[in-house]
Design a protein around this ligand. Structure first.
Ligand code: PLP
Length: 284
């Protein structure tokens, strides 16, 4: 397949990234993952806006207009004939002799934008049956609102989940549940959907933002407030959301059954609403 480097669409073997790219050496960059449904990029503008917002927060100048980036990514998806899949895009601070401080403007170091596509089906059986999760301490930094390339704590937590035969690790800071290692986390209690406020301790997921809207439009109470591990253990329903996992029911946490051990009613309702939104987007 083709990939994007800078403002060009190239064959993958023709693309070479420098050994001293700051993304490679420092994780000095930001990224996004966008879902493709029926050849259409889902919530693309929101993802591109967040990429630029993340870049701004680390003082990284992407030196490309969002509109140009959007057009490039749309062209890539068309060229690669992606029907159901995803686009991974990242921007690093570029290649420069290794030193922690930013390259000097005079060095003419440019941000490096790359993107490629993947073909991935929707996780149908997991969406239907639900998944299991563990809990793990959130050992990340205090700017989790930035979608940065530094994912080592997330990687370690996800591996811990995988080693336990689970799908996700739900993270907590001293007992306060923040989010998943690569997802946002929610509980349902007495008919209310509860999730951590979108502050510096979590990534404000695009799927989360879609959910906020869907809840509002459909009269489902959505409350952004802190909740604890014990609330997670005593929840009526638990679910996580992300671009690739959509609205994913969690039926066991740390080996303990959530509710009656099947995806809950409100989770199901949110899945239906989300599915309807996907189908509307595919149609236009
Ligand atoms: N939180 C973290 C740490 C993530 O890595 C992700 C996405 O992968 C999310 C939340 C969900 O964000 P989105 O819905 O935009 O995919």
């Amino acid at each position: 397949g083709k990939i994007i480097l800078g403002d060009q669409i190239l064959d993958r073997p023709d693309v070479h990234i420098d050994l001293e790219d700051r993304g490679y050496q420092f994780g000095d960059g930001v990224y996004e993952v966008i879902r493709v449904y029926g050849g259409k990029l889902f919530t693309m503008k929101e993802h591109i806006d967040r990429l630029f917002a993340s870049a701004k927060k680390i003082k990284l100048d992407i030196s490309m207009a969002p509109e140009q980036m959007q057009k490039l990514v749309e062209d890539l998806v068309k060229e690669n004939k992606v029907d159901f899949g995803s686009v991974y895009m990242q921007v690093t601070r570029g290649a420069a002799p290794r030193t922690h401080m930013f390259p000097k403007p005079a060095s003419n170091t440019k941000a490096v934008f790359t993107a490629y596509t993947n073909v991935v089906p929707r996780p149908a059986s997991q969406l239907e049956n639900g998944v299991e999760a563990i809990t793990a301490e959130d050992i990340r930094w205090l700017r989790c609102d930035i979608k940065s390339l530094n994912l080592l704590p997330n990687v370690l937590a996800k591996q811990e989940a995988a080693d336990a035969g689970c799908f996700e690790a739900i993270l907590h800071r001293s007992g306060i549940v923040t989010e998943g290692s690569s997802s946002n986390a929610y509980i349902v209690k007495n008919g209310e959907v509860i999730t951590h406020p979108a502050d510096h301790l979590i990534l404000n997921g695009i799927t989360r933002q879609v959910l906020v809207k869907l809840c509002k439009e459909n009269g489902i109470p959505f409350v952004e407030k802190e909740f604890e591990l014990k609330d997670l253990q005593n929840a009526d329903e638990v679910f996580i959301t992300s671009t690739t996992s959509e609205v994913m029911p969690v039926i066991k946490v740390d080996g303990k059954t959530v509710g009656d051990g099947t995806p809950g009613k409100i989770t199901r309702k949110l899945q239906e609403l989300f599915e309807a939104k996907i189908n509307r987007e595919i149609m236009v």
